[in-house]
Design a protein around this ligand. Structure first.
Ligand code: 3H9
Length: 699
């Protein structure tokens, strides 16, 4: 008996089976909602069905409401309507969960009377990550099963729990091994009937919420006010869970709905959902057909066992891919391998890896001093010293040594990938893989497509990025590629603002109030001032006419203030602490620098800091689009979201620019071009055109 294309009803013995079949993730869109209702009616009317079983086809249980429908008028039936009918069903319903039961998907399962999960399944309410709260009863039913404190933990973090943890918490009634969800569900349905399991609806279970101490909510509010003051939905989540324990179920549900709709209207919801899709959209490179033939990558080589090379080797080992780590100096190699081990052992101490996993990963990393060991690698990533001469020599050697078809990647952040490719006789196999430090942690990977890079090579590396858990974004060749080129402009303005009269702490406060986890100068301290200083010194000594005159950052480096690692940089740090403390010594260095330049400091408003630091980025991003270095605005958004801590609730740099108003941004850029000048303020023609025609730049 077919209900609709997305939900089917059939009977197996005395069990009426409702199956959702809506690939890829069984998102609960309009078709699934109406199909669920129709299948439920059929099951209730089926005299031969004593019990109903809800299960899903494909790779997962329902992974949530259909996010693509958000922002559009909801076609009935709504999810809360469907869920109310499941809750009130006259026949018990068993939900059999495999894959991920998330958001609205888990909420449907919570409205069933018994839940069974296959081992390996994950269950969670991730709505907070989209700027929402569970809006179909999740904030009311979850506390009734797992208690309000754990429910708050789960809903505020958005992180799923394993099937085993769900069983321990009382979120599921059974965990089954082996077979399909359908088989497990049928087994449990049989036991429910035979053993007379309780099938009281979750909405009627009040024992876990009775007598909840109101201090729980006061504590969570205080914690959120401290940690996430600028986010909208977490605060509404506390209100909704509080309603679960203070109001009768129906009133609590109505309160949840009202709070959910407030979240739905918030710009943060729009921003976070843009960020969700951006992460997935960047994988589809324009002009690169989805069926482009890719090469197998079963083994990898990494050249250079420094911090970057070691981190890159870990990325592959973490994904189970064997790595040959090469360094021509045996001593550097030993140091590099030891650093990797220390890194893994630190993770194990935090409980995130077992001792056996540490050994498994170390066993995947084979140290080598001879290029001959790279001969059979399917991909080699070069992470050597940032010098064209060094890199060209390495690529010539790789060209001579590696088998035909090996992909040769450089991790350069500043050098011309095409010039490196030209050192080989196979430029079609060469591209950039620009990892961000620490490489084993940061999710961004800029995949730099050279002029001659073959489509299959690009497609292979984009797929590999996903395999190793990175967000790979294809970019073209230019100085700094996309991310650092934009960062460079922000850095230049941040420095200029301080030279004119702002303090580093003011610049940083404006950026953290905007939502960046770190201000510009805290980030400089984290990265280390000495790196840039050494490069600038080299250029000055070499008589480079474009070398900048020494600035106050260079003066700090000369005093040994390299940043966090030396306990002092733009700020000072108490031993063992990462909290930046403004320092009078730095004020004096900045004052001296201003005197030397003949600058009389002036008061700089927060608004000016905000405009100059952020609008200059938007202007540069628009130029990057004009030049085709990034193919789409969404690529730039993803780069800044995953590589530089751009606040996800603002959607991304260019998504935010549209919200801010392109007309306002262009007017300011033109004003700064007149008043300050410099190439960074020359307005982007694309930005001007979008503003003039009232056209968004991001969509
Ligand atoms: C909610 O439920 C609100 C309710 O409380 C209240 C309502 C009243 N909708 O990630 P993948 C697409 S809020 C639509 O690459 P994976 C995705 O865009 C929702 N589409 O696969 C991609 O499309 P494409 C709460 C969705 O295996 C494709 O499916 N739920 C949805 O790496 C494959 O996705 C969530 O927040 C969706 N809900 O990971 C869960 N989900 O192929 C969000 C995915 O065109 N989803 N798509 O690029 C996830 O976390 C992951 O997708 C999941 C699978 C873990 C499920």
């Amino acid at each position: 008996m077919q209900q609709n294309q997305q939900v089917h009803y059939a009977r197996s013995g005395r069990v009426g089976v409702i199956t959702v079949d809506y690939p890829p993730v069984n998102a609960v869109g309009h078709g699934v909602r109406s199909g669920l209702l129709a299948a439920l009616e059929t099951g209730l009317a089926d005299a031969d069905a004593d019990i109903l079983l809800l299960t899903c086809a494909g790779r997962t249980f329902m992974a949530g409401a259909d996010i693509r429908e958000f922002g559009k008028p909801a076609a009935p039936p709504t999810l809360p309507e469907v869920i109310a009918r499941f809750d009130a069903s006259a026949k018990p319903i068993v939900a059999a969960i495999h894959g991920t039961a998330l958001g609205g998907g888990l909420e449907v399962a919570l409205a069933c009377h018994v839940r069974v999960a296959l081992r390996g399944a994950k269950l969670g309410l991730p709505e907070v990550k989209l700027g929402l709260l569970p809006g179909a009863g999740g904030t009311q039913r979850l506390p009734r099963l797992v208690g309000p404190a754990k429910a708050l933990d789960m809903i505020l973090s958005g992180d799923p729990v394993s099937a085993e943890e769900a069983l321990a918490l009382g979120l599921v009634d059974a965990v089954e091994d082996g077979g399909s969800a359908l088989e497990a569900g049928l087994r449990v349905a049989g036991r429910v009937l035979a053993e007379g399991w309780s099938t009281r609806p979750v909405s009627a279970r009040n024992d876990r919420i009775a007598g909840t101490d109101p201090a729980l909510f006061a504590q969570r509010r205080a914690d959120l006010a401290r940690r996430l003051p600028h986010l909208f939905s977490p605060h509404r989540i506390v209100d909704a869970v509080e309603a679960a324990v203070t109001l009768p179920f129906a009133e609590g549900t109505a309160r949840e709905r009202a709070l959910f709709l407030q979240c739905m209207e918030s710009p943060q919801r729009a921003g976070l959902i843009h960020a969700f899709f951006a992460e997935r959209e960047v994988a589809k490179v324009p002009g690169l057909p989805a069926d482009t033939a890719t090469r197998d990558v079963r083994s990898v080589g990494v050249v250079g066992a420094g911090t970057m090379g070691g981190g890159i080797a870990m990325c592959f080992a973490n994904a189970g891919i064997p790595v040959v780590l090469l360094d021509s100096a045996a001593e550097s190699l030993d140091r590099g391998v030891a650093a990797i081990r220390r890194n893994y052992e630190a993770t194990a101490r935090k409980g995130r890896l077992t001792a056996a996993q540490v050994e498994e990963r170390m066993a995947l990393i084979r140290p080598a001093v001879s290029y001959a060991d790279l001969a059979d690698a399917d991909l080699v990533v070069e992470a050597a010293f940032e010098s064209m001469e060094v890199k060209r020599t390495i690529f010539q050697t790789l060209d001579r040594t590696c088998k035909p078809g090996t992909i040769l990647a450089t991790n350069t952040s500043t050098l011309d990938v095409d010039a490196i490719a030209a050192a080989t006789g196979r430029p079609q196999d060469v591209l950039g893989m620009h990892f961000f430090s620490p490489a084993n942690v940061m999710r961004l990977l800029e995949v730099v497509r050279g002029a001659k890079t073959a489509d299959g090579v690009l497609a292979t590396v984009m797929g590999l990025a996903r395999r190793i858990g990175k967000v790979g974004v294809a970019v073209g060749v230019c100085y700094g590629f996309v991310g650092n080129r934009i960062l460079h402009q922000r850095g230049r303005e941040a420095m200029a603002l301080v030279e004119e009269g702002a303090s580093p702490a003011q610049v940083d406060r404006v950026l953290t109030e905007f939502g960046f986890p770190l201000g510009h100068f805290s980030m400089t301290d984290l990265a280390g001032i000495d790196v840039g200083w050494r490069i600038r010194e080299e250029r000055r000594k070499a008589g480079d006419p474009e070398a900048q005159a020494p600035n106050w950052l260079d003066a700090l480096a000369e005093r040994g203030r390299y940043g966090q690692k030396t306990g002092a940089g733009v700020y000072r740090y108490e031993p063992g602490s990462r909290t930046p403390i403004p320092d009078l010594e730095v004020d004096a260095v900045i004052a001296e620098d201003r005197r030397r330049r003949g600058v009389t400091p002036r008061p700089v408003s927060d608004e000016e800091v905000r405009e100059r630091c952020l609008y200059v980025m938007v202007n540069e991003a628009a130029k990057i689009l004009e030049e085709g270095i990034a193919a789409r605005p969404v690529d730039i958004d993803a780069i800044w979201l995953h590589g530089y801590g751009f606040p996800a609730h603002r959607g991304g740099l260019l998504f935010w620019a549209d919200q801010e108003g392109l007309g306002k941004i262009v007017a300011a850029v033109e004003r700064y071009d007149r008043d300050i000048g410099g190439p960074q303020w020359r307005p982007s023609a694309l930005l001007q055109q979008c503003a003039a025609h009232g056209r968004p730049i991001a969509c």
